[in-house]
Design a protein around this ligand. Structure first.
Ligand SMILES: [Zn+2]
Ligand SMILES: [Zn+2]
Length: 294
């Protein structure tokens, strides 16, 4: 794979995930594993992306792959400035056809079918949203840690549960507070679009999803709330709503809402032991062999 051949194996960036900004007006995340540098979405200004990379000693040319969740502008608006011929772009067929077209180094993926990219296994996760073929992603690293990024989902679906249960780090949408949406500036039709099963996840729905995922489980993942609405949410309220839900199942976790337009703290895996591969019951892959699908 071209992305592999261009890696510099001399620099170890660690196993990390970082938000460069997340809200209803723009999203971009950085994922690293060893020498690999992967971005998820590029829906924020190029200068912020460049600044975030620079703070990590990186530049745009060091980004080897871009995973695109879907074609809405708050996820791809900076694509023309980020795209290079040799940049490996990971997307579903539906997303690719509405974003990168026939880009020469594209990797078309299918929901719930993993692909390997260097030392990272990427699981595209199907979400319910008003785009062509939207996904979130779970990243599985060589130390056995996993990080999931899920934004833009109108409803939480149970087929996401095994992936969140397996994750050490979870970025999950908490888009709106119901009262703020009802009494805020959005016209009725827009409110209905946001609330619909193909819209966005409310703070309460985010909290409910996490309690469903984590009740009876020993894991204590780090939680970051993402894609907050500019008009219908505030960070403290999203955090409070999710924390209240988690308290009901006696869980006290590290829950923070991601800043809308600022580069946020980096999550880093501190695992020392690989606890083994992740294969949900429904996986078509056998014997721990993860397939590369182009
Ligand atoms: Zn969207
Ligand atoms: Zn979005």
């Amino acid at each position: 794979m071209q992305a592999d051949s261009q890696m510099s194996f001399s620099i170890d960036h660690g196993i990390t995930v970082q938000s460069f900004g997340s809200s209803s007006s723009g999203n971009a995340f950085l994922v690293t594993s060893g020498a690999q540098v992967v971005m998820v979405d590029c829906g924020i200004g190029i200068r912020t992306i460049q600044r975030g990379l620079k703070e990590r000693g990186l530049s745009l040319n060091d980004v080897q792959a871009l995973c695109i969740t879907h074609e809405h502008s708050d996820h791809i608006c900076t694509l023309p400035k980020v795209l290079r011929e040799d940049l490996c772009v990971v997307a579903t067929q539906g997303t690719a056809s509405r974003s990168i077209g026939r880009h020469p180094n594209r990797m078309i993926v299918k929901a719930f079918t993993p692909v390997t990219l260097g030392e990272i296994t990427i699981w595209p996760l199907k979400v319910s949203h008003d785009a062509a073929e939207p996904t979130g992603f779970m990243f599985e690293f060589k130390d056995g840690s996993r990080a999931t990024i899920l934004t833009d989902l109108g409803v939480y679906t149970d087929d996401l549960t095994p992936y969140l249960q397996a994750s050490d780090f979870i970025i999950l949408e908490a888009n709106y507070d119901e009262h703020m949406l009802r009494t805020g500036p959005y016209p009725r039709y827009l409110q209905e679009r946001v609330r619909s099963n193909r819209g966005h996840l409310a703070n309460t729905a985010c909290g409910e999803a996490l309690t469903k995922v984590l009740s009876g489980d020993n894991r204590e993942p780090v939680i970051r709330l993402a894609h907050l609405s500019e008009h219908n949410n505030v960070n403290w309220l999203a955090e409070q709503t999710v924390n209240e839900a988690l308290t009901r199942i006696d869980l006290e976790l590290d829950v923070r809402a991601l800043p809308r337009k600022e580069i946020f703290d980096t999550w880093e895996s501190h695992r020392s032991v690989n606890e083994g591969g992740f294969l949900p019951a429904s996986s078509p892959i056998r014997n721990g062999q993860l397939a590369l699908e182009m």
